[in-house]
Design a protein around this ligand. Structure first.
Ligand SMILES: [Zn+2]
Ligand SMILES: [Zn+2]
Length: 179
């Protein structure tokens, strides 16, 4: 299987509706970002205007990530909209730059040999949809900067008011900014 649709399968008159599934191994995700744990579902439609193809759809899967406060794994549900515009490689040479600038509000991809490959767009959108703050839960208490205990699981006797780990201080600033 692959996330490829043939240009000729898309009728010029109506949207081509599809639903594709790929296993987690299909995408090469940087382990620093996370680990895909579930199949990746891509549902949507393609429509064509001349040699251009427009994609509209949604991606859903599940990614395992590490909580940035307590370092425990967490499962993040990816639910993301995707839209993209595919331009034939044979056509790109003819386009003038003005046109590209005007259309820059939507991601542009290239296709060749009449094969519309959704892989890159799906991957990019999946990565974009991951949260900046990766928390196992909103009020994760993190790891004690003094004794290293996971404070979600255990209370320790350290008074953490005396010293704040600089790394945690950075996260706190980040969190405040996101409010
Ligand atoms: Zn946590
Ligand atoms: Zn402690």
């Amino acid at each position: 299987m692959s996330l490829v649709i043939n240009f000729d399968d898309i009728s010029g008159d109506e949207e081509y509706v599809f639903e594709l599934v790929e296993g987690p191994d299909y995408f090469k995700v940087d382990p620093e970002e996370g680990i895909l744990r579930k199949d990746v579902y891509v549902q949507g439609s393609l429509s064509k205007v001349g040699r251009e193809v427009f994609l509209k759809g949604t991606i859903s899967t599940e990614m395992e990530m590490i909580c940035s406060r307590c370092l425990e794994p967490l499962n993040y549900k990816v639910r993301s909209k995707i839209s993209s515009r595919y331009v034939s490689d044979q056509e790109t040479g003819k386009q003038n730059t003005d046109f590209e600038l005007h259309a820059s509000d939507i991601e542009m991809e290239h296709y060749s040999d009449d094969r519309i490959d959704l892989t890159q767009a799906v991957y990019d959108q999946m990565m974009l949809s991951l949260p900046l703050a990766r928390l196992c839960r909103e009020d994760c208490r993190g790891i004690c900067s003094q004794c290293g205990v996971n404070r979600n699981k255990k209370n320790c006797q350290c008074s953490d008011k005396s010293s704040i780990d600089p790394r945690l201080a950075v996260l706190k600033t980040l969190k405040d900014k996101l409010k």
